[in-house]
Write a protein that binds this ligand. Structure first.
Ligand code: GTP
Ligand code: MG
Length: 428
């Protein structure tokens, strides 16, 4: 992707050196810095950056002035000169002061992982909601980094880290940024209300919601397309999808559910972004069932699954029933396949295999149908018996003296809702 800078008015590609600093704190997180760096390369390429080289440093703690050590700054300068780089991208988050110090010392554009992700999102946002959310995240990221500076932002020029969504230009002054943030939050509130109305309508219509959730590039949009013929954007790049798309999916047995594709997750997803995207991610919260799509062929499979579970927890969706779809098994090595957990709630699939698609809809139907439970209801509790008929599917009725024994299929959601009335009558 060619990017125009203010300075020259010509197309200048970002030519970047990537930098990773491995501190003791990072080592303790258990995240493999090499895999994180590989992901940074993918992120940079997704943003249209040409990656020239990668520099690494191990250091107990970051340098407060430069982030990396002074000697490493010198090494970066030499590498940038030799390779003709105009940008350095850091895999960890930098402070405003560190960015300024590095920019002054190196005469390079300095970007960190968070800014790179925000930039990709800015390039992707299409709907009004997406555009507002990205701009809000960008400004929230920027504001604390302007502290004490009062410097105008025109130095940012063009290229990655400077792309803004829509027409709106970054204002040069903190007060304006704060005003803009307030305004964006107000607009977002409106969008959220509209979205809630839509959801309310779907809920009233009795639609069951199923959300496709997972790490970026796992194959969520591909599955939506394969399962429902939806015309969605699919790309072998990170964050192809920003805005949720919903389609009706007919399950084995004829029941219909609403299947929603969502924005992909990534490790160290910028906090401001998660906060801003809460409106969009509410779709996940509302779901009756989460399909957690995993790229089973990724060397980071386990870490990616953990990231997804953590974000689901943050969203308050950790207890929603979940089916894990290990996708892309056509790309897996035999030993990778062996490592995958099996059993209920897990499926190994390839999004392009029609038989696997059928297995998915069957498992969704089973999961939504719920478990069967036995109840013992005293003869004088006709209210409880009729509640059972109303919320569940009574499979069998037998009589034992004055009690009626029911075998009932009840989905988890209904049990959660009515459990306070039913729990006393469950027959082990
Ligand atoms: N070989 C193989 N490739 C797959 C499979 N499923 C998806 N892909 C490819 O994986 C890439 C990413 O697919 P998407 O559907 O865009 O992934 P996503 O999860 O929606 O990604 P984001 O929207 O970026 O979060 C595309 O190139 C797909 O063609 C699969 O089962 N096997
Ligand atoms: Mg997608």
């Amino acid at each position: 992707m060619a990017i125009t800078t203010h300075d020259t008015e010509t197309d200048v590609q970002d030519r970047a050196i990537l930098v990773s600093l491995v501190t003791d704190k990072i080592k303790r997180t258990g995240i493999d810095p090499e895999l994180s760096l590989q992901e940074l390369v993918q992120l940079a390429e997704t943003a249209g950056v040409e990656v020239l080289d990668v520099l690494r440093q191990n250091k107990e703690t970051p340098d407060s002035r430069w982030f990396i050590g002074k000697g490493k700054v010198e090494e970066l300068r030499m590498a940038a000169d030799a390779l003709g780089a105009n940008t350095a991208i850091f895999d960890q988050e930098l402070s405003g002061a560190q960015v300024r110090n590095l920019e002054e010392a190196l005469d390079l554009k300095i970007i960190d992982r968070t800014q790179l992700i925000l930039d990709i999102f800015a390039g992707r946002a299409k709907t009004r909601e997406g555009i507002i959310q990205v701009e809000l995240a960008q400004l929230s990221y920027l504001l604390p980094r302007l502290a004490g500076q009062g410097k105008n932002l025109s130095r940012l020029g063009g290229g990655i880290g400077t792309r803004g969504p829509g027409e709106s230009k970054l204002e040069t002054d903190r007060r304006h940024i704060r005003d803009r943030i307030t305004e964006l939050k107000r607009q977002l509130d409106e969008v959220v209300k509209t979205r809630e109305l839509h959801r309310e309508r779907r809920r009233k219509a009795g639609a069951v919601q199923v959300a496709l959730v997972g790490y970026t590039n796992a194959g969520k949009s591909t599955l939506l397309k394969q399962l429902t013929d939806a015309d969605v954007y699919i790309e072998n790049q990170l964050f192809a999808t920003l805005d949720p798309t919903s389609r009706v999916l007919e399950l084995a047995g004829g029941k219909e559910v609403v299947l929603t594709d969502t924005v992909g997750f990534i490790q160290n997803l910028p906090h401001d972004l998660v906060a801003s995207f809460r409106a969009t991610l509410e779709e996940v919260n509302e779901a009756n069932l989460v399909l957690h799509v995993v790229d089973a062929s990724s060397p980071m499979r386990e870490e990616q699954m953990e990231v997804v579970q953590t974000i689901l927890q943050d969203l308050g969706a950790a207890s929603t029933p979940q089916i894990v779809l290990f996708n892309k098994i056509d790309l897996c090595q035999p030993e990778q396949l062996e490592m995958l957990p099996t059993g209920t709630g897990y499926l190994k699939i390839s999004a392009f295999n029609p038989e696997d698609l059928t297995r998915i809809t069957e498992m969704i139907a089973d999961e939504l149908a719920g478990d069967t439970l036995n109840f013992r209801i005293p003869g004088d509790r006709g209210d409880i018996s009729s509640l059972l008929y109303r919320v569940g599917e009574v499979l069998e009725t037998t009589y034992d003296e004055n009690d009626v024994l029911y075998n009932v299929r009840l989905n988890k959601e209904d049990y959660d809702k009515w459990g306070y009335m039913l729990a006393d009558f469950v027959d082990q």
